[in-house]
Design a protein around this ligand. Structure first.
Ligand SMILES: Cc1cc2nc3c(=O)[nH]c(=O)nc-3n(C[C@H](O)[C@H](O)[C@H](O)COP(=O)(O)OP(=O)(O)OC[C@H]3O[C@@H](n4cnc5c(N)ncnc54)[C@H](O)[C@@H]3O)c2cc1C
Length: 378
């Protein structure tokens, strides 16, 4: 058993698999640990698809990172010879100055991301699956689309091993601490040492990084996604979509299987302490918001889902990612609090984590995601 490496990666999910790949590809000796197998459904990177988009309503500062991410997803497709990304476009619907349309227009304008205003009449012709609620505007981002989430994780984990990484599944870290020169890690199976530890534990980050969790108010919420059947002979969505309504914000995907549309609520979510105790059953309240959205917007969809999945958001206090060095362990860098919108970044975020671990800084602009911003939080 190998017990030493240049870098250890704890958590080989969305972010960790990409970090493992970038480290191994750049020639570093790296060992990854995960409680589960790559592409598993116990964390935050499952459910078949994730939206990818560039006119980023959450904050324009994410756009350069997104551009890096798009390039790296394409590289991953080339190297793995797998089809991982479908840029079928993104339709955004909401109040004109609302969070989604207002924020997307701002990011598009600042960074020159192509977007197109669509009139309601045009929408009926081009996107007949959508019935636009009164008072809503429509914006089209042709560069939007979706990623095949489990395939992305498996591709990164598989290629990382091809490039020489060791991946220990069924093994999880219990504790870690910086030593003078590096870091020591205790897992359920043994002790390891390395120069650096990259901590990418998703919903388990609050348990492993209590000081960070306290500073950034990291908290986990239960989120449900479900597949709603299409009623025969009516048009189904052919693009991804993000919709803001008075009762919540929602996103969804084109009809991929010819029978259903995956749709979920982005807002809301029930707080959760232990990710291993996640309730995976479908509750009536889980389909309440999506049902209202279907009534408002989708004449072709039935509001009774045929299947569902349950996942977790790890929220930060302000809904932005938290990427930094552990203030309590200088040889540990972490990525946490992806707040329900992180997957599209994971190709770039793995590269960023590899740079932080090896060089101590990233070539991407990530200062706005650091812990420092919470220093005045009460
Ligand atoms: C329902 C839902 C829909 C979403 N939709 C989108 C979307 O459309 N677009 C988008 O960009 N983002 C979306 N997101 C967010 C995105 O999926 C997440 O931000 C991202 O997948 C989180 O990746 P992660 O690496 O932090 O966590 P994970 O992928 O969960 O990885 C964490 C890994 O750490 C492992 N681990 C935990 N503790 C330990 C330990 N002690 N030792 C070893 N390993 C450990 C876990 O087993 C897990 O594999 C969505 C999230 C959810 C839940």
């Amino acid at each position: 058993m190998k017990n030493t490496a240049d870098v250890l990666v704890a958590g080989v999910g969305g972010c960790g698999a990409s970090a493992l790949y970038h480290l191994a590809r750049d020639g570093h000796r790296v060992i990854g640990f995960d409680r589960f197998e790559p592409g598993h459904d116990r964390g935050s990177s499952h459910g078949e698809t994730r939206v990818i988009r560039q006119a980023y309503f959450e904050h324009p500062d994410y756009v350069p990172l997104l551009r890096r991410a798009y390039g790296l997803w394409t590289e991953l497709e080339d190297e793995s010879q797998a089809s991982l990304m479908d840029l079928c476009g993104l339709l955004m619907i909401g109040p004109p100055g609302g969070e989604i349309l207002g924020g997307s227009r701002l990011a598009a304008e600042r960074y020159g991301v192509p977007v197109e205003d669509i009139t309601v009449a045009e929408c009926a012709e081009r996107f007949p699956a959508f019935s636009i609620p009164e008072g809503s505007d429509v914006l089209w981002e042709p560069s939007g689309g979706y990623l095949k989430v489990e395939d992305c994780v498996r591709c990164y984990a598989g290629l990382a091993q091809k490039h020489g990484a060791t991946l220990n599944t069924g093994e999880f870290i219990l504790s870690f601490q910086s030593t003078g020169a590096g870091v020591e890690v205790q897992t359920n199976r043994g002790k390891y040492s390395a120069d650096r530890l990259v901590l990418t534990a998703g919903a388990w980050a609050p348990q492993l990084l209590p000081a960070v969790a306290e500073a950034a108010n990291l908290h986990v919420t239960r989120k449900v996604l479900a597949w709603y059947p299409i009623q025969a002979a009516l048009p189904a969505p052919t693009s991804t979509f993000f919709i803001e309504r008075p009762h919540g914000s929602y996103y969804g995907f084109p009809c991929i299987d010819g029978k259903t549309v995956k749709l979920a609520e982005h807002s809301g979510g029930t707080p959760l302490d232990d990710p291993l105790a996640l309730d995976r059953s479908l509750q009536t309240m889980d389909v309440h918001g999506p049902g209202k959205l279907i009534d408002d917007v989708f004449p072709s969809l039935s509001s009774s889902p045929v299947r569902h999945d349950v996942c977790m958001y790890t929220m930060s206090d302000d809904g932005h990612f938290v990427i930094d060095r552990d203030p309590e362990n200088e040889n540990v860098v972490f990525a946490a609090g992806f707040s329900g919108h992180g997957f599209k970044f994971m190709s770039a975020m793995g590269a960023v984590m590899a740079e932080l671990a090896v060089d101590g800084q990233s070539t991407s602009e990530i200062e706005f995601l650091g812990l420092e911003r919470f220093s005045n939080r009460q």
